[in-house]
Design a protein around this ligand. Structure first.
Ligand SMILES: [Zn+2]
Ligand SMILES: [Zn+2]
Length: 169
């Protein structure tokens, strides 16, 4: 969704408030694609605070399906977005995430939310604090089943070889 800022740029208005409805169906980034399971429209306020400088404010939340860090089960994670971003068209870095936030007369609300999700990305995602994760050997989800990888007795022939190694140390 694009927000027309022409009234700000012409000086007719000092602020513009528009109801934003996200089109984004998934958050696509270098670390993966995460489906958007919930989003809500919200008023976004844009103020002109300098020649090419804007203050962008709004409050919303986006809920994404993010895999648990340990067992990879998708977890619904609500990411609160308390937006208060100063944006100066003249000092924005090239190839920064928000480089094309404002192009011409338009503010790209999708790009804004993308940047906000990125900076608010959860440090860790766990299905439960006690998640046991996945067995590294057999791939079993240890929350649902236990595997015998760690407790399995070594093949007697292997045990002999292991003893030889241990004795050699
Ligand atoms: Zn988990
Ligand atoms: Zn296992």
């Amino acid at each position: 969704m694009l927000i027309n800022l022409s009234k700000l740029l012409s000086g007719d208005q000092e602020t513009i408030t528009e109801q934003v409805t996200l089109e984004m169906e998934a958050f696509v980034s270098s670390i993966g694609t995460f489906p958007v399971v919930e989003k809500r429209s919200f008023p976004l306020k844009v103020s002109k605070i300098g020649a090419d400088k804007f203050l962008i404010e709004g409050e919303t939340a986006v809920t994404l399906d993010i895999p648990c860090d340990r067992c990879l089960t998708p977890v619904k994670v609500e990411i609160p977005l308390n937006i208060s971003r100063e944006y100066d068209k003249n000092t924005v870095e090239e190839e920064a995430e928000d480089e094309n936030l404002i192009v011409g007369y338009n503010l790209d609300a999708e790009q804004l939310i993308y940047c906000e999700i990125l900076v608010n990305w959860p440090m860790k995602t766990l299905c439960t604090e006690a998640c046991k994760g996945i067995c590294k050997k057999c791939g079993a989800n240890l929350n649902h089943s236990s595997c015998t990888c760690d407790t399995v007795e070594l093949d007697p022939r292997m045990a002999k070889i292991r003893d030889i190694f241990n004795n050699a140390k």
